[in-house]
Design a protein around this ligand. Structure first.
Ligand code: MN
Ligand code: MN
Length: 301
């Protein structure tokens, strides 16, 4: 990887880590979720990065992909488990990191298991490591603590302006001889739930994160064409929140009809919120790691 590119990954990682730690400090029971999202995203911008995806604030059995819609009224419930997932990019080079903030002593061990699994996974990563070795490590640590990994959520390689690129890093052991590529950047993210839970996520009914998937379509309205152009200019192929359209359109909601047209014409895709299938609470920990020719760098440490 060219030095200037690695430099950008390192900058993105530093910003992401700082914002994650700041969120650990400020998130409280009763705090509006939209406030958490906006504080995190504003802080990323203030530190010289750009959000690589909307700040995810996923509570209890919601495993991932919740971000506040405009005018969200939800708050952090008391006794809950809150996963804050932060993405930062510098010129399209992405760092992805997450932490779980626990307001329920009953679930503290589960959060600990997620952190230990992430730590153990990072310890076995080296240039050209077999991916299934990393996965087996994650699963073994989670089970040693008496919990269960979510088997259908995975870590992933990141690419330029692409969050989920290349190879997946499953959280359970599997038969594959694929290796991590020297020069690759990988997000490792164990998700942990209770031993008696289903251990998988399902798509929930809500969708608050979107992404451009195709530019060319015979769009009916000029408003939709304009909105699509604005989305391409501002977010490229990275995920975005409807809240962010306010940054383009101000408080006026004239974009709403055009937005629906872009969704129905499949120019945009929507990410459903992921919910643990048996309704059990989920903990997550995540770091992004650069795998060099000789050693590795934990970009979000
Ligand atoms: Mn993430
Ligand atoms: Mn990720």
């Amino acid at each position: 990887m060219p030095n200037d590119v690695l430099e950008k990954y390192i900058r993105a990682g530093r910003i992401a880590a700082r914002v994650r730690e700041e969120m650990r400090r400020i998130v409280r029971e009763g705090m509006p979720l939209i406030e958490i999202c906006e504080i995190a995203e504003d802080m990323i911008r203030k530190l010289g990065g750009s959000p690589a995806f909307p700040c995810n604030v996923s509570v209890n059995e919601v495993a991932a992909h919740y971000t506040s819609p405009p005018k969200d009224t939800r708050v952090v419930p008391s006794g809950s488990l809150v996963k804050v997932d932060i993405g930062v990019h510098v010129d399209g080079y992405i760092a992805d990191t997450a932490t779980t903030i626990c307001f329920n002593p009953e679930y503290e061990n589960m959060v600990y298991a997620a952190e230990r699994a992430l730590e153990a996974a990072i310890k076995v990563i080296r240039p050209s490591v077999i991916i299934s070795k990393v996965s087996s490590e994650i699963e073994a640590v989670i089970e040693r603590y008496g919990f269960k990994p979510i088997y259908n959520l995975s870590g992933h390689e990141v690419g330029h302006y692409v969050i989920h690129a290349g190879k997946s890093i499953p959280n359970v052991s599997h038969l594959s001889i694929e290796r991590m590529r020297p020069g690759g950047v990988y997000a490792i993210e164990p998700f942990v739930t209770l031993k008696g839970a289903a251990g998988r996520v399902e798509d929930g009914p809500e969708k608050y994160i979107f992404r451009l998937v195709k530019m060319k379509a015979s769009l009916k309205s000029s408003e939709a064409k304009e909105l699509l152009k604005a989305i391409e200019t501002n977010f490229r192929t990275l995920p975005f929140a409807e809240r962010w359209l306010n940054r383009i359109y101000g408080q006026n909601e004239s974009y709403k009809r055009a937005f629906s047209e872009l969704l129905s014409s499949k120019c945009l895709m929507a990410y459903p919120v992921f919910i643990e299938a048996s309704g059990s609470p989920v903990a997550q920990a995540e770091h992004t790691v650069y795998v060099g020719e000789k050693d590795i760098i934990v970009l979000t440490a």
